[in-house]
Design a protein around this ligand. Structure first.
Ligand SMILES: C[S@@+](CC[C@H](N)C(=O)[O-])C[C@H]1O[C@@H](n2cnc3c(N)ncnc32)[C@H](O)[C@@H]1O
Length: 257
């Protein structure tokens, strides 16, 4: 069995996140010009929070994909609880090999996902392949605001225990352009740690937040493998000084010609 990553445990606890929280989600969705008639693909949907919110807020049809079965199960539960299961579907799939035909979706979007792919260029080419001509691809991705130290690069990978690799805004733009996307819109933001924590409350609500804490605590008390994982990654979890000056997030939107 392959080594568990932070995402296996997050799937159990029932939460995932991306930099910028709900405010970034709202901005990204607006920039993707999604309307109620659209069919939208969310890549790396995690526990389905954004997909369900989008189906409720806009009324569009959403397909979410994640490469972890546990995430997909949590996302399906969420859609059922929200009563949107007729408009939202979740599937297990890898973003570097999407199981959809060319030119299918009105928009493709993802939040904090491409950084985890084994091949970033291939993933973005897949997004561009499955969006319709004239449709938008919108991403929220971790972005180096200034050249990071080797320690910071290592920390990003170690802290997430999931091999995240960020890029500069210019590098992300280059990846979108190489995938054939045009008319790029780019918005770069710094991370506000206080807002990130408050954002989790806003995203999951007080009850949801307490449920996540409860599940994580139960896992910690009952599962020795998880306790080891926390111990091993704790050192990497200590955020290096001034990280916020180096690591932010960018919204990158491009249109398929
Ligand atoms: C940081 S979480 C973000 C989840 C969600 N977008 C959110 O904002 O809450 C990254 C997600 O990407 C998934 N993931 C990582 N690599 C993937 C891949 N190659 N294909 C599909 N999903 C992947 C993980 O399982 C996890 O759910």
């Amino acid at each position: 069995m392959s080594k568990r990553t932070v995402f296996d445990y997050q799937a159990y606890a029932g939460h995932t996140k991306h930099l910028g929280g709900m405010a970034a989600t709202e901005e990204l969705v607006d920039l993707c010009e999604i309307s109620s008639d659209d069919e939208v693909l969310e890549v790396g949907c995690g526990v389905g929070q954004t997909a369900v919110w989008l189906a409720r807020r806009i009324g569009c049809r959403v397909i979410g994909v994640d490469n972890l079965q546990g995430m997909v199960e949590r996302a399906r539960e969420r859609a059922e609880r929200a009563g949107v299961e007729e408009r939202v579907e979740f599937r297990v799939a890898n973003i570097i090999d999407l199981p959809f035909e060319d030119d299918r979706f009105d928009a493709v979007f993802g939040e904090s996902i491409t950084v985890f792919a084994t091949d970033h260029a291939k993933a973005i080419k897949e997004y561009a392949r499955v969006v319709k001509p004239g449709g938008l691809v919108g991403l929220n991705e971790s972005t180096w605001l200034q050249p990071p130290s080797p320690e910071l690069i290592a920390w990003l990978s170690q802290d997430m225990a999931a091999n995240a690799t960020a890029h500069t805004a210019e590098e992300w733009e280059g990846l979108l352009e190489s995938a054939g996307l045009q008319d790029l819109v780019v918005r770069i933001s710094k991370v506000d740690t206080r807002k990130e924590v408050l954002g989790l409350f806003r995203r999951y609500g007080c009850g949801g937040f307490l449920q996540i804490i409860g599940r994580a605590l139960t896992l910690y008390l009952r599962n020795p493998e998880y306790r080891n994982f926390v111990r091993e990654t704790r050192e990497g979890g200590i955020i290096p000084e001034n990280t916020q000056d180096y690591l932010g997030y960018g919204l990158y939107i491009g249109r398929k010609p």
